[in-house]
Design a protein. Structure first.
Length: 423
């Protein structure tokens, strides 16, 4: 249960932060965000904000989404012959259209739909009280709302507030904002972790940190801040070289040349083999030195984020050169890793969220249809051509891309199930 809760929190935080990036910059670019949802599936709660966005909470606590006017399957389903209720203002103009049987409006006019245009001409025509002799045509206000069939009230989407009507630069920023928010979240979390740990590890040095009591290092007389210059005559200049030499010599005495202040001396230490969390390791009982200054923690958080992003690019490069489904992880793998992180403490969960957020940001920038990177490529092509690709062609590209992604997700998920539960 704890693992499932951690998975839902981790996945939702990463996705919602991504969607909030699109939401924020869409609004800044004059694009109407019709709905910002936390969760998926049936609506539990909804509130129509003054900014024109419907804020909803939905039943399934898995991520969330934004509905931008004119993007994808954004249209509210209204058909000829559909009974609706129109609410008029004092001037006889439509301020609200109710298509839902779940919501009853006492101050509305029942109308059977004949024709309408809620994007350009902004009108609604229909037969009042189902009387075919009373065909009425009403002007619809620019900021009118629609109550959809599930009871969600959203604004109509006139052409001037649709995504495609915004400037190219604003559309590009809106597309990029989701991945950008994932990068920001990762950096912030790595900085928070650095403060929680009291500092950041300094690995580009041959100095050592804290010494564990009753350890081989303590027996050899080592102290925090000592610099290990050589091991068995081999020069040591970084923490990586130091740990590599120790791990390669289990239960074998090593001669260390140590600098302490102005003094240099030699000592012998014998790495011991021990078991930590069920795994055998070799140690002498030293810890990596930590930089504890305020700016060191800030800079360390940035470095950690950059280091993880480089690791992701390296892994993706390896995947492209040597494709293998075992190198990919879907929801099942994320659930497994979330469960493991939950067992190791709050800081580990934060680190997992940061790494997952960085992954999502980078993958979303791939120039593939249906991903944000694919949309940015189309934006660049539009800038070069001086006109956008037709809605039909762009829709077809996104459909193909989405289908390919869903197929890949199914394959990866099935592979995860096979790997984790049947091997």
């Amino acid at each position: 249960m704890k693992g499932l809760l951690t998975f839902l929190i981790v996945f939702s935080v990463v996705v919602i932060f991504h969607e909030f990036g699109h939401f924020f910059f869409a609004r800044r670019g004059g694009i109407l965000v019709r709905e910002f949802s936390i969760g998926m599936g049936p609506k539990i709660f909804g509130h129509q904000g003054k900014d024109g966005t419907a804020y909803t909470l939905r039943l399934l606590p898995i991520g969330g989404y934004v509905r931008m006017a004119g993007v994808g399957e954004d249209e509210t389903e209204i058909t000829r012959g559909m009974p609706v209720t129109l609410v008029l203002n004092e001037e006889g103009k439509v301020v609200k259209i109710n298509t839902s049987s779940k919501v009853q409006l006492t101050n509305g006019i029942p109308v059977v739909t004949e024709s309408f245009d809620l994007e350009n001409e902004l009108y609604y025509a229909g037969y009042v009280n189902n009387d075919e002799t009373q065909l009425m045509r009403y002007e619809v206000l620019h900021d009118a709302t629609i109550i959809e069939q599930d009871g969600t009230e959203v604004r109509i989407a006139p052409t001037d507030v649709q995504f495609q009507s915004a400037k190219l630069s604003r559309r590009m920023m809106t597309n990029f904002a989701g991945p950008m928010n994932n990068f920001i979240l990762a950096i912030l979390l790595f900085i928070v972790i650095a403060f929680m740990q009291g500092g950041v590890a300094v690995t580009d040095t041959n100095a050592i940190g804290a010494i564990q009591a009753d350890s081989p290092a303590a027996t050899a007389g080592l102290k925090e801040g000592d610099q290990i210059q050589t091991i068995d005559g081999v020069k040591i200049s970084s923490w990586q070289e130091l740990t590599t030499a120790i791990l390669a010599s289990p239960d074998q005495p090593l001669t260390l040349s140590v600098k302490r202040g102005a003094e240099t001396f030699e000592t012998t230490v014998t790495p011991e083999t021990t078991t930590v969390e069920g795994q055998k390791t070799v140690r002498i009982g030293i810890q990596v030195p930590m930089a504890t200054g305020f700016m060191a923690k800030i800079i360390g958080g940035f470095k950690q984020a950059i280091g993880n992003s480089l690791n992701i690019f390296q892994a993706l490069g390896d995947l492209i050169v040597r494709p293998d489904l075992d190198k990919l992880g879907g929801p099942v793998a994320i659930f497994q890793m979330s469960s493991q992180a939950a067992q190791q403490g709050f800081a580990t969960v934060l680190a997992f969220i940061a790494i997952l957020s960085m992954n999502l940001g980078i993958i979303n920038l791939f120039p593939f249809p249906a991903l944000d990177g694919g949309k940015l490529v189309l934006n660049v092509i539009e800038g070069v051509r001086g006109k956008p690709m037709s809605v039909e062609k762009e829709g077809l590209l996104n459909l193909i891309g989405f289908g390919a992604l869903m197929l890949l997700m199914i394959l990866v998920t099935w592979n995860d199930i096979q790997r984790f539960f049947f091997h």
